[in-house]
Design a protein around this ligand. Structure first.
Ligand SMILES: [Fe+2]
Length: 348
């Protein structure tokens, strides 16, 4: 259930105060910022209520429009430190920007915290999550843990998550992150981002509906890729990797593999996946596939590199940072001790 909080609010670049009457309830997540574009953003936070002896989480949202592209906005939601934060609106044109990608934060909370702390130091303009935010999206108590660990990072950046299988397609994913459909896109400077839902198993309750969902999403993907041909870079994010160097998963068929010809045809720069808890970099027909599932879930062996395709693999906790500057885009995969796992220069 959506509960939109629309209040008379003013947001000033660099020194904003949003004043409103906070409904009764304990702060259980956020604030965080989603659906950020050049002129709009949604600032959200999660409150915990007790109803009928049960804990219930509800996202509160403040939709903001009329922003100037590429500007930093500060907000102050609660009149105290825990409600303060900032984000940058998406820039127009070819302004330089930096984003980070990570995934599979669902378990080993101390590792998740260390990854988040390291990412915060990179000061990304926004963060992409490749899915499996929590171990079980249907479990109320897991979301405040996720938001607690992410708090300092999400107060300083914008957040764009993909749905993983562990979210179980729970309605809270949609409510918290202000997502209408589990596939969506956005433009940031001269790059175009497409987020997909590869968790077909939980996408619908029967085979016919799952098939219809997949067809609709695949058609949408192609239309988005056509639309994004003018962009300097195209990045696609979904949870299940179409290429894996994890031996026990290599025999598994997944419909994401059907997307590869489309990704190649429309010259996607790089695909970001998770699901395998390690770091992998593959190149197939000009498309880079980055598996970044090192956010906390127990690590998997990367024991079967694909000949001629796999570039680098490592069983390690990590995250990746991408700097885009005009016609240049450079990825750095970083281990938690600061060591560089790999550097990749993407061609526009
Ligand atoms: Fe997964």
């Amino acid at each position: 259930m959506f509960r939109k909080v629309l209040l008379p609010a003013t947001l000033f670049a660099l020194s904003a105060v949003v004043a409103y009457a906070q409904p009764a309830g304990k702060l259980a997540g956020g604030p965080y910022v989603v659906r950020v574009g050049p002129d709009r953003a949604t600032v959200a936070w999660v409150l915990e209520f007790t109803e009928g002896g049960k804990s219930v989480l509800r996202a509160q949202k403040l939709a903001i429009s009329g922003l100037t592209p590429g500007k930093t906005y500060h907000y102050d939601l609660l009149g105290k430190d825990e409600g303060k934060g900032y984000f940058k609106s998406a820039p127009d044109g070819a302004s330089p920007f930096r984003f980070a990608v990570f995934g599979d934060t669902r378990t080993r909370h101390e590792v998740h915290q260390n990854v988040v702390n390291a990412m915060e130091k990179s000061e990304p303009d926004f963060v992409l999550h490749t899915g499996d935010l929590v171990a079980d999206g249907t479990k109320t108590e897991q979301w405040p843990v996720f938001f607690g660990i992410e708090r300092e990072l999400l107060k300083k950046t914008a957040f764009f998550p993909a749905l993983g299988n562990h979210e179980r397609n729970d309605p809270r994913f949609y409510e918290f992150f202000d997502i209408e459909k589990p596939y969506y896109s956005f433009r940031w400077g001269n790059a175009y981002f497409v987020i997909l839902n590869s968790d077909l198993g939980n996408a619908a309750s029967n085979e016919e509906e799952r098939k219809a969902f997949w067809e609709e999403q695949s058609q949408w993907l192609e239309a988005e890729l056509v639309k994004s041909q003018e962009a300097g870079f195209r990045f696609v994010v979904f949870h299940h990797p179409p290429i894996t160097a994890v031996k026990r998963r290599q025999g598994e068929k997944h419909p994401v593999q059907e997307w590869m010809p489309l990704l190649e045809k429309y010259k996607v720069t790089a695909v970001f996946n998770g699901h395998d808890h390690n770091y992998q970099h593959h190149i197939r027909n000009g498309v880079h596939y980055i598996v970044t599932g090192g956010g906390g879930a127990p690590l998997y062996e990367v024991d079967a590199p694909v000949p001629g395709v796999t570039q680098t693999v490592e069983k390690i906790e990590h995250f990746v940072v991408i700097e885009v500057d005009g016609s240049k885009a450079r990825l750095e995969a970083k281990a938690l001790d600061g060591r560089l796992i790999e550097r990749i220069d993407f061609n526009p």
